[in-house]
Design a protein around this ligand. Structure first.
Ligand code: HGY
Ligand code: MN
Ligand code: MN
Length: 415
């Protein structure tokens, strides 16, 4: 870089970033202005194809690994150095928004595009990453493919996962043509940065443009199966019923009560399947999810113990079987101090109001932090609303976060 163009004078192209986000949002667009682009569906394939084509147009070398993670590599002066990587996910919730995940992938691509515009070659190579199935909505576990890259899950475990229709992750991945040849993980990264909307109200309420993310809540998820007996809604007296949905309703109340005991705890039942789900049949089986989060593992333990104790009581009182199976666990994570400092310095050098923040949401960065120095950059979203079709963010905030990402990447990749 010539002496005149100091790194902090560099800026990304705001319009190109916004335009890429809006083009990607058309794939799976919903009438309410959101996006439904479930992982490993044909819509996911269309988004992946568009992303890969954009990367190739930017001169990046695209590779796909065995769980569908995509890496687009920009050569550095010294390609023996481990790459600095930035990215996120393109899959969405069933009633998702235009920015959750997509922003981090487009922001990383915009960094590569801007480095091209400015004729800058970094010392270390830079890679844009797109992780498969971050949301965990169609296939468990959540963040499964970044988890496989980080060695938290085996590739076999991820490929064998099945959705509620019995379709396996591996079959769905092959069906969209993204069962890649590259090995999953097992390589050193120089650093990993992920830009993301906050998905909560703290930045907007405090008037800050950038969140310097220092870590994330720990999470523990369960699948709960309540077993009773299908029976006729008319002739079956109330005292003879073994009503699985009724038992589930008591346990769902308990999830909510347990989470309200402390300020940082979270407890959510988001998915429920009731069988046979007929209006005049006493339900014989109810399956539902439990998502516990806390700043401390002891908080997760407290809520799990409370859930199991309540289940035993409800099962006895209502003559039900209740099976509780853990499906996800990761402890609270603390990001790398040097990478966090690179984000904070980037925000300060560009004059953006910023604050430290802990992520309530899980992100691929949480698993990558286990194998590489990692940090995240948050920007506000309107009303703190996400995982909702009305999710919205301001172009100027998205550009600010991307400018900070550029600074952090330059700081770690060397310019
Ligand atoms: O559940 C989460 O925190 C993330 O959105 N997958
Ligand atoms: Mn996300
Ligand atoms: Mn999400």
């Amino acid at each position: 870089m010539n002496a005149a163009a100091k790194a902090t004078d560099l800026r990304i192209n705001d319009e190109r970033l916004w335009d890429s986000l809006m083009q990607m949002a058309k794939i799976g667009a919903t009438p309410k202005g959101g996006v439904k682009r479930l992982t490993l569906t044909d819509l996911d394939r269309q988004a992946r194809d568009l992303f890969a084509n954009w990367c190739k147009a930017a001169g990046l070398a695209v590779s796909v690994d065995g769980v569908g993670n995509i890496f687009a590599r920009r050569a550095g002066r010294n390609n023996a150095l481990p790459a600095v990587v930035s990215g996120s996910h393109l899959d969405t919730q069933p009633s998702g928004g235009r920015f959750d995940g997509c922003y981090g992938v487009m922001a990383a691509l915009e960094v590569a595009r801007s480095l091209n515009d400015q004729g800058i070659q970094t010392e270390a190579p830079f890679e844009v990453a797109m992780w498969t199935n971050e949301e965990g909505s169609r296939f468990l576990p959540v963040m499964g493919a970044s988890g496989a890259f980080a060695g938290v899950h085996t590739v076999e475990e991820i490929l064998a996962a099945r959705d509620l229709d019995g379709v396996s992750f591996g079959d769905a991945l092959r069906a969209i043509g993204y069962a890649g040849a590259a090995s999953v993980g097992g390589r050193k990264l120089g650093a990993y940065f992920e830009a993301h909307i906050e998905q909560g109200p703290l930045l907007e309420n405090s008037g800050n443009t950038v969140g310097v993310v220092t870590g994330a809540l720990g999470q523990r998820w369960f699948e709960v199966t309540v077993s009773g007996m299908d029976a006729h809604a008319g002739p079956t007296p109330m005292h003879l019923r073994r009503d699985a949905l009724l038992g589930a309703s008591f346990l769902i109340q308990e999830v909510n009560r347990l989470a309200k005991v402390t300020e940082h705890a979270r407890g959510t039942v988001g998915m429920i399947v009731n069988r046979p789900n007929s209006r005049n049949v006493v339900p014989g089986e109810t399956l539902f999810s439990v998502d516990f989060r806390d700043t401390d593992v002891s908080g997760l333990d407290r809520m799990e113990q409370g859930l199991r104790a309540a289940a035993a009581k409800i099962a006895a009182e209502h003559k039900l079987g209740i099976d509780i199976r853990q499906t996800v666990f990761f402890p609270p994570c603390h990001f790398d101090q040097a990478c966090v400092a690179a984000v904070r310095t980037g925000a300060a050098s560009l004059g953006y109001r910023h604050m430290d923040i802990v992520s309530g949401a899980g992100h691929d960065a949480v698993y990558i932090a286990g194998v590489a120095p990692t940090a995240m950059i948050f920007v506000p979203c309107e009303g703190g609303i996400s995982h909702n079709e009305i999710e919205n963010a301001k172009p100027e905030d998205l550009a600010a976060g991307c400018n900070v990402l550029l600074q952090a990447v330059l700081a770690k990749a060397g310019v």
